[in-house]
Ligand binder design. Structure first.
Ligand code: ZN
Length: 564
């Protein structure tokens, strides 16, 4: 150990004592203070659970960056505190507060190995031993011995602290770590330029919003879907009612031109499907159909999503990206829930419609786009204009060709077709063979009001399909009627759900009983015998057929003929 580190160790001892006096437990106020900064005591197990969850959901690399940044911020905070506590102190004195704070905060015990610091000259070279690192310990408990060092938060802290103190970027690297099986951790800190892969390490300290990646993936999926759609049959619309035909007829007439179409109607009426169908019968059918739900994208990101973004336009914009307008070039762009657009996005959209060009966020070069816009909303735009939340000029631009999609309760004649379509779709998806829908179930479907429209019908049918016993016929539970408990009803599949069978077969059976002078017990015996026969004598299986338990059947089987 050099004499400079001896000196450093000595000042550290003083520093620890000095800092310990600044630590105050204000128990009655429910707070802990380190000088003027509020601190908290956390269970390391809780931090461990958080670490586990972050690693599981974000992956090791992202979780690592997150912890490094968290440590970085607290390191910078502590450097500020150090400058305040010891104004005019030596460079050594200022630096040692970092390790002292880390020690006092219970994170790790720090021993200097080599310290060469001259703040004014910008010189820094440091090496420290970390003993009993809480983070390395927690990581090892969670993941066992690993290949890469794991004291992420602490490395971030050292980097943040020293960088803030030096006024230049000092990067630390952990060269040994208890999480990798060493007895202690060892860290080395040098200026950014002194590291070969400095830029790479530094990038980990840049915020990395997951939302960006999610949106990117979303666009990609959207793009792939658009490609797939163009090979689909054009119109996937179902309906035969006059109301449906009127709306679809209007849309078909718009197909020949590139007129902007405004789709109106309640939520769940299937506006996107109509937009897709319009695209499918237009000359743009082999080009992309891009759908955007404006309400699903945060305000601050919507412009980048729609119009694209140039690299560096804002924090997190690491690379240039096309917007949905550019992606939809030559095809159709469907903007759902347009009433949700921010004022600034509205004015940009208006410009695109007027000029036929988009300008990426942070860009200066306009790009020509040829896109048919189909906008949709369930808010009253005219009213929104009156309220001042929607631009009047944009409204006029959009309202050139308005088409209202009728709510489901106004197109009752379409319910059968829609329901059959959904039964087929979800029957296939859930591996159920559903024969069809009875007239009585259909009558019930028609009686209901469907505030959630086609989407609600679709959900109800899917639920019905899932609950239906295999091979069983309809088993539709309407939103108004509570589904029967799972353990009783589905066993027989038809119990109380097959009115035709009940009425026809039950009356037939009654007639038969009267003719043959059979008692109820005889019928039970006949049914049990039939079930046993069908189950090849397997009593459990026969019991299942009859909707009773095996012991129940066994008892009745034994008792048959004895009673009545
Ligand atoms: Zn470590």
């Amino acid at each position: 150990m050099s004499s400079s580190t001896d000196k450093f160790s000595a000042t550290m001892r003083d520093g620890l004592a000095h800092l310990a006096r600044r630590l105050r437990f204000a128990m009655e106020e429910g707070s802990i203070w380190l000088d003027e900064q509020r601190m908290i005591l956390l269970h390391t197990a809780a931090l461990g659970a958080l670490r586990k969850e972050l690693v599981d959901t974000l992956g090791m690399e992202r979780a690592r960056g997150l912890f490094m940044r968290m440590g970085f911020h607290s390191g910078m905070r502590d450097a500020e505190l150090a400058k305040k506590l010891r104004p005019g102190d030596s460079d050594f004195g200022l630096l040692e507060i970092g390790p002292c704070l880390h020690t006092i905060e219970g994170v790790v015990r720090v021993t200097p190995v080599k310290v060469d610091i001259d703040i004014a000259a910008g010189i820094y070279d440091g090496e420290f031993l970390w003993e009993d690192s809480f983070e390395g310990d927690v990581h090892r408990q969670l993941f066992g011995i690993v290949d890469a060092p794991a004291c992420w938060m602490q490395i971030g802290y050292a980097t943040g602290y020293t960088s803030a103190l030096m006024g230049r970027t000092i990067l630390y690297r952990e060269v040994e770590c208890i999480a990798c099986g060493f007895d202690h951790c060892r860290i080395v800190g040098k200026p950014l330029e002194a590291w070969e892969d400095g830029a790479e390490v530094l990038a980990l300290y840049q915020p990395d919003p997951v939302i960006e990646t999610i949106l990117e993936l979303q666009s990609e999926v959207e793009h792939l879907r658009a490609l797939q759609r163009s090979t689909d049959k054009p119109a996937d619309l179902v309906g035969c009612s006059p109301e449906f035909r009127a709306a679809w007829g209007l849309l078909q007439r718009a197909a020949g031109s590139s007129v902007t179409v405004l789709l109106l109607g309640e939520t769940g009426v299937g506006k996107e499907r109509f937009a897709q169908a319009l695209h499918g019968v237009s000359a743009r059918a082999d080009k992309p159909f891009i759908a955007v739900n404006c309400a699903a994208i945060p305000d601050e990101l919507i412009e980048a999503e729609l119009f694209g973004v140039e690299k560096g336009a804002f924090t997190g914009a690491h690379q240039s990206r096309q917007g949905r307008f550019e992606r939809a070039h030559g095809g159709t762009l469907f903007l759902d829930e347009l009433g949700e657009l921010s004022a600034s996005a509205q004015s940009k959209l208006l410009r695109v419609l007027q000029e036929g060009e988009v300008e990426r966020v942070g860009g200066t070069e306009p790009r020509k786009v040829d896109v048919r816009l189909v906008a949709a909303t369930n808010v009253d735009l005219a009213e929104a204009v009156k309220q001042g939340t929607f631009r009047k000029d944009l409204y006029y631009r959009l309202n050139v060709y308005p088409v209202t999609i009728p709510p489901l309760r106004e197109r009752l004649d379409d319910i059968r077709l829609l329901a059959e379509r959904f039964v087929a779709r979800y029957g296939a998806r859930h591996g159920k063979k559903i024969v069809g829908i009875t007239d009585r179930a259909l009558a019930e479907l028609r009686r209901y009001d469907w505030p959630g429209n086609v989407r609600e019908l679709e959900n109800v049918i899917e639920r019905g399909v899932i609950l239906a016993s295999n091979g069983g016929p309809d088993h539709l539970f309407l939103p108004t009627s509570a589904p029967p408990a799972m353990d009783t009803a589905p066993r027989l599949g038809v119990r109380g759900t097959l009115p035709e069978l009940r009425e026809a077969a039950v009356h037939g059976l009654l007639d038969h009983m009267a003719e043959q002078q059979l008692a109820l017990g005889d019928v039970e015996t006949v049914l049990m015998e039939a079930a046993m026969q069908r189950a090849n004598g397997n009593m459990s299986q026969a019991a299942r057929l009859l909707g009773i338990t095996r012991p129940q059947l066994a008892y009745r089987w034994k008792m048959r003929g004895i009673r009545g």
